[in-house]
Design a protein around this ligand. Structure first.
Ligand code: AMP
Length: 393
């Protein structure tokens, strides 16, 4: 990586402010239902503490508050509690992220770890407001970005702040860039990409970029039907983006011209409607029926392709995996990936990561990204502003 990381700088006796991604899901009682993002932030925090930083200030957003001040529902207090457990030390939770009181509390406190309140209680955060960024910067001597999940957004805490402090990447961002970066720029070949999820329109840029990088693209999930339609195959009431059929046809032609193999769904698990659990396996979709998962022949064909791959990137579920009747395709492919011995398997964040977690296969993948939108934009070949803004080596 050409960006500086915390290993490249001396944090001794410095106040280090870390932008983490603590945007975790909470239940009604404010219990954290998935703490992976907090767990992912611990190595960077511990490293900074072990290397003699005088204080560590942590900041993050949580959810989508209005941006007009404190809202209890979006407070980071549950995160402070979890951090105490993981770090095995006290964490001072502040009531805000900027202002004279915050500054005073940081100066007076003996606590080494301080968590600022939700950045998005201030609308200036998402506007990348420079005065707000400067205020955040004034709390510390060094800035570390370890929030991969928001690295694709230019906000005050991810981009603006780098104007005012030495700015480096944390270990989580370093790890994400290593795995995602190598997968597309220097993969062990063949590189096979599995694409699923609901919509083609979300993945057009991704497919375009992958056509210059991958050896094979396996397409399943809701997006497959627009491609099948483009080939003149009957899709019944399955998910279709009618205005993307021409694009799908063009992408298929481009793949052929570039020698990239495209594998599409060839048999189907259908239902009379989206609500129904009356799952039926068929080779062609009758009128009035909707396909909600890939069938057994398709699962076998995909596995034969994946068995040959040396690098696999997976983005998007292959069926409506949230419902047991239509989870088999996603589950079987996830289990197959989990069993591969020689291949590097990278799972994009978001729904594919949720599917892998649902099937308890997280430990079996090489890398699961912590950022859905960020990993997608990275794989599309876009520059992530939160990373571009960091100091070069
Ligand atoms: P995305 O947000 O684009 O990754 O889409 C994920 C969603 O696509 C999941 O909630 C799946 O239930 C849905 N999905 C996957 N396969 C299908 C399908 N065949 N028809 C409709 N929705 C699907």
């Amino acid at each position: 990586m050409n960006k500086k990381t915390i290993s490249d700088i001396d944090v001794r006796n410095k106040i280090v402010i870390i932008r983490a991604d603590f945007n975790v899901p909470l239940d009604e009682a404010k219990n954290i239902t998935d703490d992976r993002r907090i767990v992912g932030s611990i190595p960077t925090i511990e490293y900074v503490l072990k290397n003699g930083a005088s204080k560590v200030i942590l900041m993050s957003h949580l959810g989508r508050p209005k941006g007009t001040g404190y809202e209890e529902d979006f407070s980071l207090k549950p995160v402070a509690k979890a951090l105490k457990t993981f770090l095995k030390q006290d964490v001072l939770m502040l009531q805000d992220c900027v202002g004279s009181q915050v500054k005073e509390q940081i100066t007076k406190s003996n606590e080494k770890v301080i968590l600022l309140e939700n950045l998005r209680f201030h609308k200036e955060e998402e506007k990348n407001d420079s005065a707000f960024a400067k205020e955040l910067a004034s709390l510390a001597n060094i800035y570390v970005n370890d929030a991969f999940g928001t690295a694709h957004r230019a906000h005050a805490s991810t981009a603006g702040i780098t104007q005012y402090l030495p700015s480096v990447a944390g270990f989580l961002i370093e790890k994400e860039l290593k795995y995602l970066g190598e997968a597309v720029s220097n993969p062990k070949r063949p590189l096979t990409v599995i694409l699923g999820g609901a919509k083609v329109s979300d993945k057009i840029l991704l497919i375009k970029n992958l056509l210059t990088k991958a050896n094979c693209i396996v397409i399943g999930g809701g997006m497959a039907y627009t491609f099948l339609k483009a080939q003149g195959i009957k899709i019944g009431n399955s998910k279709l983006e009618a205005d993307k059929v021409d694009t799908a046809r063009e992408l298929l032609a481009e793949a052929k011209a570039k020698g990239v193999e495209i594998a599409l769904t060839s048999d189907f698990v259908i239902a009379p409607n989206f609500q129904s659990d009356e799952a039926k396996v068929v080779d062609s979709i009758p009128d009035g029926w909707e396909s909600l998962d890939i069938g057994p022949k398709t699962r076998k064909a995909y596995k034969d392709i994946l068995a040959k791959a040396k690098t696999i990137v997976w983005n998007g579920p292959l069926g409506v995996f949230e419902r047991d009747a239509y989870a088999k395709g996603t589950r079987e492919i996830a289990e197959f990936l989990a069993g591969l011995k020689d291949a590097v398997v990278i799972v994009g964040g978001g729904d594919s990561a949720a599917a892998v977690a649902k099937f308890n296969l997280e430990d079996k993948m090489t890398h699961i990204s912590t950022g859905g939108g960020a990993s997608l934009e990275f794989l599309e070949g876009k520059e992530l502003p939160g990373i571009a803004a960091l100091n070069n080596k």
